[in-house]
Every structure is written in C-alpha cells, then in structure tokens.
Design a protein around this ligand. Structure first.
Ligand code: NDP
Length: 291
C-alpha cells in the first residue's frame, strides 16, 4: 500500500490566515489586539526555543505577546503571584506558563492558579471538566488542550469520519492521551486507551482504524502493531542521541502498511501552536462578551 506522508504545512497556513483575519476583526471592533502573556521560568534551552516560536507565530497572527521571565530559582509563591497578577491584568486574554517548570515546583498546582477564562493551554480543571461534561460544545467554542485540538483539525483536513471507527490512543497523559481520547469518543469513535500497563499492546493497536501515538518512546510502534490501511497520527517528538527528531512510530516500518502517517517533525507539532492562537482569540472574544 502506498502510504501518504502527511505534513501539516498547508493546513497550518490556511488556519493561520483565518485566525489572522479573526484577530484583525477583533482588533478593529475592540480597539486592542488579543493578548497572550507567556511566563517562562528558568533557562531550559528547549523551553526558550518553544517560547520563541510560539511568540513569533502569535505576533504573525496579529496578537500581542507579553513576556514574563523568572529565574530558575523562582519559588512556587513567586510564580503563583505572577500568574495571579496576570489574572487581574485587564489587557491579558490568555496566560501560558511554559512547561516544564524547574524541579520542585508542582506544575499542576501552578496551572490551577490560572484563571479558567485565560487558560489557553486548556489544562485547568474547569476547562477539562467542561470537556468531559459538554464535549461537543467545548470542542467548538471552549478552551481545549492545544495538541488534541490540532489532531482534530488534521482529521477534518483528511476527511476522516470518526463515526463508529475503532480508535486506539497510545498514552494517557493529561496533555495529550487523555483529552484526545475524550474528544474522539465524544465524536462517536470507539476509543481504546493504552498505556504502560497495557498487556499485549499489538492486540489492541492492530484493531485500530485510527491510531494516535503519544507515548514518548522513539520508533516504538511498527508494522507488527497496525492493520493494513490504518491512519497513524504520530504526536511523539523524541530527540535521538544523534540529534535527529523522530516520532513514536517507526516511519520506515509503518510505510507501506499505513494508509497515512503524519510527519515528524512537521506534523502534529506545528498544529499545537496554531491552536494556541485559536484559544487566545477565543478567550479574548469571550472576555469581551462577558464584560
Ligand atoms: P507522558 O510521558 O506524559 O505520557 C506518556 C504516556 O505513554 C503515559 O500515559 C504512559 O503510560 C504511556 N506509555 C509509556 N510507556 C508505554 C508503553 N510501553 N506502552 C504504551 N504506553 C506507554 O508524555 P506526553 O503525553 O507529554 O507526550 C507524549 C509524546 O508526545 C512525547 O514524545 C512528547 O514529546 C510529544 N508531545 C508532542 C507535542 C506536539 O506538539 N507535537 C505536544 C506534547 C507532547 P502510563 O500513564 O502508564 O505512565
């Protein structure tokens, strides 16, 4: 079988144009740009790179970005009071606290401090609760985690109908595996969630019409795990010793058996940033409506 090697560049550009237009309309109506505040703690080089690319994408889309840099020695209290100040700041629509935070800081507790209406990462219990209780509405209008939201855009772009399909998600983290499994189930797929304690992983994955890989193990899933014609969305971003970035799927082995395989890099990753822009614009609009 000829495998489609799917890159998101075109989709990302199309969505970016739409979001740019939405941001412009917001700016013309409210005489201010949608505004994202980014909190970066410490000097993790990868975090600096991520924040730089998020900032550039937001500025390109016509958003304002405010940077708040704290030293690696910042205490829980200091980070938390930065977030609380931003919660009260009237011009800030979205707050992003770049993960990972330095060792010893309870990230989940910091995320909880972000006001739910400014939670553009979609990690706050209120937003996760909305996703569980009212999934379709929350997917359409709410603040949902960015990577899963990006996966749904990919599925729309390839015209994959979820209704009645068998989907297997490998991974159950709070940022990818768990929220995407909730979303896909709400959109009428039959979803199986696999994790590190799953027995006989291949037994489950080989039933999948659609396989979402989010376990963070380089080249882990191969042709013995999938059925012919499966669609494989590879969320994994794993850096090998030789600096090469690979996914959770072994693309060389999946090629020829999968119908479609998302590229790593250049697949899910760029969609995550696009969805951050979407969430910031959504948050800005909802804050203006709530005034
Ligand atoms: P986590 O480490 O938080 O979670 C990994 C999950 O994989 C866990 O649920 C774990 O199970 C499961 N797992 C571990 N080993 C196995 C195994 N042998 N078989 C089946 N499942 C297993 O990772 P994240 O969700 O944060 O990230 C996953 C990958 O996605 C990473 O490569 C990360 O870099 C990438 N990523 C990419 C993003 C993007 O924008 N493209 C955004 C976010 C992440 P258990 O719960 O039992 O421990």
């Amino acid at each position: 079988m000829e495998t489609i090697w799917y890159r998101t560049e075109e989709l990302r550009k199309r969505l970016a144009q739409t979001l740019q237009q939405e941001a412009l309309e917001f700016t013309q109506t409210h005489h201010r740009k949608p505004c994202l505040a980014v909190v970066l703690v410490g000097d993790n080089p990868a975090s600096h790179v991520y924040v730089a690319s998020k900032t550039k994408a937001c500025l390109d889309a016509g958003l304002d970005v405010l940077d708040f840099k704290l030293p690696a020695t910042a205490s829980f209290q200091e980070i938390s009071s930065t977030v609380e100040t931003l919660n009260k700041n009237k011009v800030v629509d979205g707050i992003l606290v770049q993960s990972p935070l330095p060792k010893g800081i309870d990230e989940k507790e910091i995320f909880k401090k972000i006001s739910p209406e400014k939670d553009v990462d979609g990690f706050h219990p209120v937003n996760i609760g909305a996703l569980v209780m009212n999934p379709k509405k929350t997917i359409a209008e709410g603040l949902v985690p960015c990577t899963p939201a990006g996966i749904l855009e990919i599925l729309k772009d390839i015209n994959f109908s979820l209704n009645g399909k068998n989907v297997v998600v490998v991974g159950r983290s709070n940022i990818v595996g768990r929220p995407i499994s909730i979303m896909l189930s709400a959109l009428d797929a039959t979803v199986t969630v696999c994790h590190s304690k799953t027995n006989n992983l291949a037994h489950h994955t080989s039933q999948a019409d659609l396989l979402v890989l989010a376990c963070g193990i380089p080249n882990f899933i191969n042709d013995t795990h999938i059925k012919t014609g499966a669609i494989v969305i590879d969320v994994g971003v794993n850096r090998l010793e030789n600096k090469k970035i690979v996914g959770d799927g072994d693309s060389n082995k999946l090629k020829g058996k999968a119908q479609l395989l998302t590229a790593v890099p250049g697949g899910v990753g760029p969609m995550t940033i696009t969805m951050l822009i979407q969430n910031t614009i959504r948050a800005a609009k909802q804050r203006e409506q709530g005034k």
